[in-house]
Design a protein around this ligand. Structure first.
Ligand code: GLA
Length: 377
């Protein structure tokens, strides 16, 4: 893919790129819709990445192209946000967010094997690859966490998706064989070794291929319900509440808002418990927590879909340790922690059950916890 990025650059722009940078998509082990509530999340970088071949220009023009289409999108770096440029809003949005550091324009060509719309953060992979590259090319001196925040800013203010900080932080700070515990209130992070392969385990992704977008209504309305709950409970965010507050919350909130808040509050507890379970090697407990997380997303937060529930059920029926949908929901993928030797059986069973229910054929593959943003050449 490194060579593909360089070749694509040459073809699009007719000269050699300065270098190639890359950043991974992410899978979230546990902690969903907790990030924008200042809570805890526990994602890891996956071995599917976005590569960007890039060179600086003498003017302030930014051009971006990719293997998606022949089209080259162009925008001049300024205070005026780029608009209506399709996928190019992600990288150009990052350039906009970083505009104070922009000493030059640039040409960029993207190649990616992070599936789009699968809940594996193809968008964060684009944002972080180009943010990391520009930071170096412009000698901006930003930390990895600052680049993550600017990626989120691009997504919130240019793309218009009201997302949290999990995906970009994971893509910037991930390491091989580890997951990143992120405290989204303080932005403190802790790398926790996963050691799955030593135990003969893998994380399987079951991509339902039902596509989702977070600029649509579902994600936003969940976020609004959480904000409403926090305001009625008179706290700055749901992070400030614990399970002991649920009795009072149930009296003050309407049923839907209460269930939305209950998901977030209990999910925060589950994230910390999952980290403990991993540290003590208690995989059975980890599995229970993943399943409880899925049930909470399905019943309280109501962001699962029948395809995701089916994927989780099939995974458990073939002997997974635990399974849950991952990412924002309303489509995308579920993950399962499962013995490597059962991966094929999982794929077969999943495809069979999806066919029987008349769903689109799912895409099943293992992901390896991998390194965050890096310079490749
Ligand atoms: C999307 C968002 C994240 C997070 C998850 C849900 O991936 O980009 O910020 O809110 O959904 O956990």
């Amino acid at each position: 893919m490194l060579e593909e990025a360089k070749a694509g650059f040459r073809k699009a722009y007719g000269y050699e790129p300065t270098g190639v940078w890359s950043a991974p998509g992410r899978a979230n082990l546990i902690g969903e819709h907790t990030d924008y509530n200042n809570g805890f999340v526990f994602p890891f970088g996956i071995d599917r990445r976005t590569y960007v071949a890039i060179a600086i220009r003498q003017d302030k023009v930014a051009r971006v192209a990719s293997t998606i289409s022949e089209e080259v999108f162009q925008w001049e770096i300024s205070d005026a946000k780029p608009t209506a440029l399709d996928w190019a809003l992600y990288p150009l949005g990052v350039a906009w967010a970083m505009r104070e550091a922009a000493t030059t324009g640039f040409d960029a060509f993207f190649v990616s094997d992070v599936p789009v719309g699968a809940g594996l953060s193809s968008s964060a992979a684009i944002e972080c690859s180009v943010g990391f590259a520009l930071n170096e090319l412009w000698s901006a001196g930003l930390s990895r966490q600052q680049i993550a925040l600017l990626g989120q800013k691009a997504e919130n203010e240019v793309v218009g998706a009201p997302t949290g900080i999990m995906d970009q932080t994971a893509s910037m700070l991930a390491e091989a064989d580890a997951a990143v515990l992120i405290d989204c209130k303080t932005l403190e992070t802790e790398l926790v070794p996963l050691g799955l392969s030593n135990k003969g385990l893998v994380v399987a992704v079951m991509d339902t291929r039902v596509s989702h977008r977070h600029s649509d209504g579902g994600y936003r309305s969940r976020r609004e319900a959480c904000e409403k709950g926090a305001s009625v409970m008179n706290v700055s965010s749901l992070r400030e509440l614990s399970e002991s507050d649920l009795v009072a919350a149930e009296k003050l909130l309407n049923d839907v808002t209460f269930r939305r808040c209950r998901h977030v509050i209990t999910e925060n507890t589950r994230v910390l418990a999952a980290v403990e379970a991993l540290k003590s090697g208690n995989m059975e407990r980890l599995g229970e927590l993943l399943l409880a997380s899925h049930a909470s997303m399905r019943d309280d937060f109501e962001i699962s879909i029948p395809e995701l529930d089916t994927a989780v059920e099939v995974a458990m029926s073939v002997g997974a340790i635990g399974s849950r949908m991952t990412g924002g929901g309303f489509g995308g993928a579920a993950i399962a922690i499962i013995e490597q030797s059962k991966l094929e059986a999982l794929a077969t069973a999943c495809k069979k059950e999806f066919a029987a229910k008349g769903y689109t054929e799912p895409n099943i593959f293992a992901v390896k916890p991998s390194q965050g943003a890096r310079k490749d050449s």
